[in-house]
Design a protein around this ligand. Structure first.
Ligand code: SAM
Length: 280
């Protein structure tokens, strides 16, 4: 069966990944995007939106652990968390591992993604039944506009910055996020590949610097994302995101206090690749 191949259609990457598939399990055009679930030979099931692979069952932990635990452990007492996107539930699952978290609002524009995840990805979507969770299906940009000093941590777990996801990397959006955060709040968003999307990353970091007093960048290897070396941009009002503020008491495969410190870009290297002259 190794000859049945799914070619990823990622408009945002200069490379195409190919997966040997066993079975197509689901296909539907929702109001917002094409949703496809396939089972593969090597990665378990894949969730694919508009031709772009969002997650695989085998390695999803690495992306979700680093997206969630870095900002949450950089905060002394995160009680209220906002996730924008993340309809598969993987980030939510990790956030809920923090006992101090009392409330999580998850805003994904597309309710179909949540339904599909509940049906095909039970290990990711388990958190949707937790009583601390509120799910809203609306545009995250519009939602955050309405919030003021409500959240300790805001996490953006969105699709690539095209179409309705593009607004989530703009300076306007970061200003709304800043207002939505409490006085010691932290924002983190997935900001694509360090290799392939460096120019976009520079723009995002520049916009964040206009808004937040502390900005930073960490990266981790996500084996299914184009370019592998995936970036996460941080804006913080008070806490240094490089520091772990609480005892790491959650069960993870990779994330640890040691890797928290390790995943941030060394400062001189950060300065070098963020300079206008540096090109890849
Ligand atoms: N980890 C994945 C990745 O980086 O490829 C993202 C997974 S998650 C399924 C992405 C979600 O973001 C999708 O379910 C999509 O509906 C949601 N999304 C994209 N733009 C959004 C927006 N403006 N507001 C709310 N949700 C959005």
């Amino acid at each position: 069966m190794r000859d049945v191949i799914f070619f990823e259609r990622d408009p945002y990457a200069p490379i195409r990944h190919a997966y040997a598939i066993k079975e197509v399990l689901y296909y539907k055009k929702s109001k917002y995007q094409e949703i496809l679930v396939v089972d593969t030979e090597d990665f378990g099931k894949l969730l694919i939106l508009d031709g772009v692979v969002q997650l695989d069952e085998r390695f999803e932990f690495t992306y979700h652990e680093f997206l969630a635990h870095v900002p949450l452990f950089a905060h002394q007492n995160p009680r209220s968390v906002l996730i924008i996107g993340g309809g598969d539930g993987g980030t939510l699952r990790e956030v809920l591992k923090h006992k101090c978290v009392e409330r999580v609002v998850l805003v994904d524009i597309d309710e179909e993604v949540i339904k599909v995840s509940k049906r095909f990805f039970p290990t990711l979507s388990s958190g949707f039944s937790d009583s601390r969770v509120i799910v809203l299906n609306e545009d995250g940009y519009e939602f955050v506009k309405k919030c003021e000093a409500e959240f300790d941590v805001v996490i953006v777990d969105s699709t690539d910055p095209v179409g309705f996801a593009h607004a989530l990397i703009t300076e306007d959006f970061f200003r709304y996020v800043f207002r939505a955060l409490k006085e010691d709040g932290i924002y983190v968003g997935q900001t694509e590949s360090l290799y392939y999307h460096l120019e976009l990353l520079k723009k995002v970091q520049k916009s964040l610097r206009e808004v937040f007093p502390i900005t930073d960048l960490y990266a981790w290897v996500v084996p299914i994302y184009a370019g592998y070396w995936w970036s996460f941009s941080v804006g913080s009002k008070k806490f240094n995101p490089r520091e772990v503020k609480r005892k790491v008491d959650v069960n993870t495969k990779f994330y640890s206090e040691e890797l928290h410190k390790h995943c941030f870009l060394p400062k001189n290297f950060y300065k070098k690749i963020m300079s206008e002259e540096f090109k890849l």
